[in-house]
Write a protein that binds this ligand. Structure first.
Ligand code: GCV
Length: 733
């Protein structure tokens, strides 16, 4: 009882003292206005701590659940509800599992179908009094149920007659941190890493608990702590002790810890001469390393591996296959219940078409992986572009669980300063139909296991989290963390509904604010597509930093690092021919999809230049030429950002000044950079198309040479790499 009271008092003080700097994410729990406060008070008049004598005293998910409920109710209702060991008044909140709470057990609730993480929230009468039960088979299920209940309150939903049951559709819902041991974050735009390796294990930053709460609130149940471009030192004893300390903090919130493993670790830190996966000494080394990890972290989740990819060591260095490499690690992890998430992001520079490579390498290996291996496949075949068609490996691996990797951090979508809500991007790929087993074979059904009967399922998001006060570098990027978790829990949820939840919890429930902001968010990703890479273009960003436009770049050593490799623009037209007359990458899709994408008349225009090299004068469905349409898309992108600014300018009354000002400033940056993208792209492509701009489209403000000369000496998210930049000229014309 004492700790509950203490949490309540602290929670109240905290709620009044802190400025709105975004730190509290969507878990702000501000005092509700009437009539909500009174209505909810009646339903949450008392917390019944029916397991007081046992579980709630022990640090674990049940205690976290009770503490969160108390924190939430204290903030939202303005006072801590009384806590008692039994029901003493109407409006009792009862939480627990049948094992932890006899009252829950007596209700004989239909919990079986909820599995080990699902929950049920039901309004019923217990001992003659109105009560709301938040029940699950496990303590962590109760924790998820509490967050869901608090979400209802935070978003002003009715709670008198609840009958909710929910279970995650995917088993592994993990954040992949590309965090380096020196505190930098690859492709991170929110400051330094939140993991303070220097002070661990002795000092446990309170941020770790806040991180765990935020993850649990959206159902994330795993975290890969270190960059896939992995430093082998993470697997040495001193670092494993630090990892174990972190695991101890995250465990009560249902978060399992995973590590990225460098394939050459047996050489780097093990003193062996080889990392050949078939070498008995190498296999023994990994077995003993994994045993050591599990002695320190008994619930360790497993490893993520980037191997034989982008210069990373891997099994191909020894003439072995990806399956040989993954299976070696899987064999070491299997006795402990750990998994291998083996990445399919592979490409070699000599290829005619990089988009083909992953499919070509992995499909022949389907069925050759151990049962505890998942293939982690990026949403599209190239690399987290503003828009890509779905990766052809979704639907092609019938016997190997495929999990999807999306990027939450916005490496290719304007870093932290561009407002781009990624819900529509994730939704687009999840709803894409692979036709692997006929119509309705969506990517969501591939990754939730229902299409091919995968035994393990999952989704990973490359985290956008850093040590900035607001966690993600901008207020609106918090929504991308949020939507990732919600869709990983249930890929059939809608991006728009999730945006609305987030806006209501993060900012305000006022309809005059919610409607325009949700509309702005829902259009924001398309705006980025338009001003950066419209009509199926991809990878037009400046090399290395991926900051700003570089469609003319052609001087990189490796062909597929050059934007010109992707746009293939010349005097005849623009676009990458991936049909049978070109690289034939389209043949990697199921016949129905391949036929649709191959045909110029049926390919969705949003993928036009991804699959086809199209003459400048080709007429699109609008009746306009490709050139005119391209110019209009770039211009629409800029106009859309202007409209977002206008919308936001009208909303100052609904937002605290701190967050209002930050968003306003970032939208101004975004408008300037959107215009830069538009002008630079049009200026370059016009040198090839040699066509006039259509009516209503302004000429670029400056000559092409000025855009080509822009060059940043450094940029966030690209640690330790010096961009090819001589002389530096960080002036956007
Ligand atoms: C972690 C892209 C990024 C790299 C990243 C890589 C990957 O190439 O630019 O920074 O490396 O993807 O996903 O492995």
């Amino acid at each position: 009882m004492l700790w509950l009271a203490a949490v309540a008092v602290l929670g109240m003080r905290a709620a009044t003292a802190r400025a709105e700097d975004g730190h509290r994410l969507w878990l702000r729990y501000p005092l509700l206005e009437e009539p909500w406060r009174s209505e909810y008070r009646a339903v949450a008049a008392q917390i019944v701590d029916c397991s007081a004598a046992r579980q709630s005293a022990v640090a674990g998910p049940l205690r976290a659940a009770q503490s969160e409920l108390m924190r939430g109710l204290t903030g939202l209702l303005g006072a801590a509800p009384p806590v008692a060991g039994r029901i003493t008044e109407a409006g009792a909140l009862l939480l627990g599992t049948p094992r932890s709470c006899a009252l829950v057990a007596r209700e004989r609730l239909p919990l079986r179908a909820l599995g080990s993480e699902g929950f049920l929230i039901r309004s019923l009468t217990v001992r003659g009094r109105a009560a709301t039960v938040i029940a699950a088979n496990t303590d962590v299920g109760v924790l998820y149920g509490v967050f869901d209940f608090l979400r209802l309150l935070q978003t002003h939903r009715p709670v008198e007659h609840l009958d909710i049951s929910s279970r995650p559709r995917l088993q592994l819902r993990v954040l992949d941190h590309w965090d380096n041991l020196d505190g930098t974050v690859e492709r991170g735009y929110a400051g330094a890493s939140i993991w303070d390796w220097w002070k661990l294990p002795d000092y446990l930053d309170p941020r770790y608990v806040e991180y765990a709460r935020a993850c649990a609130s959206i159902g994330i149940n795993g975290t890969v702590l270190n960059n896939v471009n992995a430093n082998p030192l993470i697997l040495t004893r001193p670092y494993l002790v630090k990892v174990a300390a972190l695991a101890g903090v995250l465990r009560p919130y249902g978060l399992k810890v995973y590590l990225s493993a460098r394939f050459s670790a047996p050489i780097d830190i093990g003193g062996l001469k080889t990392a050949d996966p078939l070498d008995p000494a190498v296999r023994a080394w990994w077995r003993s390393k994994v045993d050591e990890i599990y002695r320190l972290i008994p619930d360790f989740g497993g490893v993520l591996v980037k191997a034989s990819s982008e210069g990373q060591p891997g099994p191909q260095d020894y003439g072995r296959t990806h399956a040989d490499g993954a299976n070696m690690l899987a064999d070491a992890l299997a006795p402990h219940g750990g998994v291998v998430m083996w990445r399919a992001f592979v490409y070699g520079h000599s290829r005619e078409d990089r988009a083909r490579q992953a499919y070509d390498e992995f499909v022949p290996l389907d069925g050759k992986f151990r049962p505890n291996v998942l293939l982690q496949v990026k949403n599209g075949p190239i690399d987290f572009q503003p828009r890509e068609p779905f990766h052809p490996l979704f639907g092609a691996m019938r016997h190997t669980p495929v999990m999807m990797e999306v990027q939450i951090t916005k490496e290719y979508l304007g870093f932290a300063t561009h407002l781009a809500y990624l819900g529509p991007l994730y939704e687009e790929v999840l709803r894409s139909d692979t036709y692997a087993k006929g119509k309705g074979s969506t990517v969501a059904r591939v990754i939730d296991g229902s299409l091919f009967g995968y035994r393990i399922t999952g989704m990973a998001g490359v985290a956008n989290i850093g040590a900035d006060r607001n966690w993600t570098g901008s207020e609106f990027d918090q929504a991308n963390w949020y939507v990732f978790g919600r869709l990983a829990w249930d890929p059939t949820l809608g991006a728009k509904a999730i945006a609305e939840e987030w806006v209501r919890m993060t900012f305000s429930n006022d309809p005059a604010f919610v409607a325009p902001v949700v509309a702005m968010m829902m259009g924001s990703r398309e705006a980025v597509v338009d001003y950066m890479t419209p009509l199926g273009l991809a990878h037009q960003m400046a090399t290395g930093t991926h900051y700003g436009p570089g469609p003319w770049v052609a001087d990189n050593r490796e062909p597929d690092w050059n934007p010109v490799y992707y746009n293939r623009a010349d005097s005849t037209g623009i676009g990458f021919d991936r049909t049978a007359s070109g690289s034939d990458a389209v043949a990697q899709y199921a016949p129905h999809v391949a036929a649709e994408f191959s045909n110029l008349r049926t390919v969705p225009e949003q993928y036009l230049l991804w699959f086809h090299h199209v003459p400048w004068d080709y007429r699109l469905s609008s009746g306009r030429t490709l050139w005119d349409e391209l110019a209009l898309h770039y211009t629409h992108g800029v106009d859309a950002v202007r409209a977002m600014r206008k919308t936001w300018n009208g909303l100052a009354a609904y937002v605290d000044p701190e967050r209002y000002a930050e968003v306003a400033a970032f939208l101004a940056i975004q408008e300037r950079e959107a215009k830069w993208w538009r002008d630079a792209s049009i200026a370059y492509f016009q040198t090839l198309s040699k066509r006039p701009l259509p009516p209503g489209v302004a000429a670029p403000a400056h000559p092409l040479a000025e855009y080509e000369a822009v060059c940043f000496p450094s940029s966030p998210g690209y640690p330790g790499k010096t961009p090819a930049c001589s002389p530096p000229n960080p002036v956007i014309p």
